[in-house]
Ligand binder design. Structure first.
Ligand SMILES: Cc1ncc(C[n+]2csc(CCOP(=O)(O)OP(=O)(O)O)c2C)c(N)n1
Ligand SMILES: [Mg+2]
Length: 562
């Protein structure tokens, strides 16, 4: 059984033929045909999540885990706009979402009909592609045309790089009529056209390489396959390249610089120029470290190549010269044998500084008192290995960088646009799609902001939430600016005394609390032992102490390294 609306029954059929399975649907009436076509399909897993903002982030978490396109569907009107935050995140983090919005027929837009806004191309600036389907399919020609558009829409969620695609679908009443069979879709295959590496790109890259002594590679956010980890180890060891990574790069090797902020803190103004690369090669997505952006924007490499399948112009350091559309792995694999060795002294300079700050970090942490920094030290040593680790914005993802990349975790964070508005929902979706243990570490504002993530019947028991409650946005006590303002507490930190425990109770989530070091160490095993339902651990820390201790930490690294 399916909807009698041919556009949507065709899409449900195509969805399955393209090997896709998951759709997250929010309730409504205008989207009844989507519900009838998808939820009745035996090969589709349709999930109901009420709050559209949370639903879209939940789907984003699922797609992030599986790498496959996940669809979201909602009714018309403001419901559509609630998708915007997750679409922006999917666009910038390159996560494949197929966004289906039900609409009124065009003649009923802007005439005073209820629950109606202008939905066509409404996400224009944050979407890869938008499609407006016809109200009716009256001929084979129409059907063929819709079939092609829908094939394209699904294709563009994945190629040349993943991202969100919007399909706005007008439906006329009656909305609830069903038929036993809809039209059959034809799956079309589009050729990916940028697999070939042009001879010029290779020659230009080699030229630049051979004219550079100090070569640096930065890998931004990604779930890189092991293959690229091995490749970067080779590039670092055989070619003496300085490789900078972050926890969210999901790469790991003792020879990588994986604590960028620690190392940069220990580089003195007078020696900064020695650390400057001649040539910079970047791949992947967002880089968290503000310090490396500041440093490389000041000490710019002469040459910067960004390698991506889409050829995006990701000019993070404001010195980009080349952004060819190539797949970084085959490109680097192919070119590796032709690369000469870069400067060994340059790599040694970075590695020595890394070793030095690692000793200092351990020294500082061994005596640090109760604070966010201490909490992270305990957590990273005690969160069960092989957990998927979701890091909230803003300080959790930043603190994690100070501890380096632990290869037993897989790190995730909404760093596409760094919002605090969907990180809990994303982690919930991720835990639903992959039943391995999932831990999210979030700040309190991030938790309360997205607490609708818990208003969801699909939460799985492998979903563990750690809220570091420091009474507001701790980040604003640390970054320069707000701390010197007379509005710090009210308008930047947004100080509060809200209680996560009562939210846990409302949604039947097992609740734990820790307020000091012993309490945290004792409670962690109980928290992770809960196997039948999600659990929430609230850790109370103190805002003033946190900021002071983190500042002291960086001063200690700076002063003690010279
Ligand atoms: C949707 C959205 N609104 C506002 C911000 C700006 N912002 C960044 S971090 C932050 C505070 C986060 O506070 P909390 O979750 O308690 O984390 P903490 O800084 O205390 O670790 C805010 C408001 C944002 N990133 N996203
Ligand atoms: Mg906070």
């Amino acid at each position: 059984m399916t909807s009698d609306k041919k556009t949507i029954s065709l899409l449900a059929d195509l969805f399955v033929k393209k090997g896709l399975r998951h759709i997250v649907i929010s309730p409504g009436s205008r989207n009844a045909p989507i519900i009838l076509a998808f939820a009745n399909h035996p090969k589709i897993n349709a999930i109901s999540v009420v709050d559209e903002r949370s639903a879209a982030f939940f789907a984003l978490g699922m797609a992030q885990q599986t790498g496959k396109t996940v669809a979201i569907a909602c009714t018309s009107g403001s419901a559509v706009l609630n998708y915007a935050s997750a679409i922006a995140e999917a666009f910038y983090q390159k996560i494949p979402l197929l966004v289906l919005t039900a609409d009124r027929p065009p003649k009923l837009i802007d005439v005073g009909d209820g629950q109606t806004i202008r939905q066509e191309n409404v996400f224009a600036n944050i979407i890869k592609k938008s499609y407006q389907l016809p109200l009716d399919v009256n001929s084979d020609e129409d059907l063929k045309d819709v079939n092609r558009q829908l094939n394209e829409a699904i294709y563009f969620t994945q190629f040349p790089e993943a991202g969100p695609v919007h399909v706005n679908i007008p439906f006329d009443e009656p909305l609830y009529d069903v038929v036993s069979d809809g039209p059959m879709a034809t799956a079309l295959n589009f050729e990916e056209n940028n697999k070939e590496i042009s001879g010029n790109t290779e020659a230009d890259f080699l030229d630049d390489w051979h004219n550079s002594r100090k070569v640096m590679l930065i890998a931004g956010q990604n779930q890189y396959p092991n293959q690229i980890n091995e490749l970067l180890i080779k590039i670092s060891e055989e070619k003496q390249v300085v490789v900078l990574t972050e926890t969210t790069s999901n790469l790991s090797h003792p020879g990588f610089i994986d604590c960028i902020d620690n190392v940069l803190t220990a580089i003195d103004e007078t020696e900064s120029v020695n650390f400057q690369p001649d040539m910079l090669v970047t791949l992947g997505g967002a880089v968290v470290s503000k310090k490396i952006k500041k440093y490389l924007r000041q000490y710019r490499p002469k040459i910067h190549w960004h390698l991506s399948p889409s050829g995006e112009k990701r000019d993070t350091y404001l010195c980009l010269n080349h952004n060819p559309a190539i797949h970084p792995i085959p490109f680097l694999e192919k070119i590796l044998p032709q690369l000469s060795k870069a400067s060994t002294e340059y790599l040694q300079l970075w590695m020595n500084r890394k070793k030095q700050v690692e000793i200092l970090r351990r020294q500082y942490l061994s005596q640090v008192s109760w604070s966010d920094l201490k909490v992270f030290d305990i957590l990273f040593k005690n969160i069960p290995q092989h957990s998927m680790l979701h890091l909230g914005n803003s300080t959790p993802v930043r603190y994690s960088q100070l501890f380096g990349s632990l290869s037993h975790f897989k790190y995730f964070s909404n760093r596409g646009v760094s919002g605090i508005d969907g990180q809990l929902s994303t982690a919930a979706g991720s835990a639903y799609a992959n039943r391995d243990l999932h831990t999210i570490i979030t700040g309190d504002l991030g938790f309360f902001y997205d607490s609708n993530a818990l208003m969801n019947n699909n939460l799985s028991p492998n979903f563990k939430i750690i809220v570091i409650n420091n009474g507001g946005g701790g980040i604003f006590r640390f970054i320069p600016g707000p701390d010197s303002s007379n509005q710090l507490e009210k308008f930047f930190e947004a100080k509060h005394s809200w209680k996560a425990g009562l939210i846990a109770k409302a949604f039947d989530i097992n609740y734990f609390k820790a307020e000091d070091e012993k309490g945290l160490r004792d409670v962690l095993s109980l928290f992770y032992a809960e196997a039948s339902r999600p659990a929430l651990l609230e850790i109370i820390t103190h805002a003033e102490a946190n900021a002071q201790i983190l500042r002291d930490y960086f001063s200690f690294l700076k002063i003690s390294s010279h």
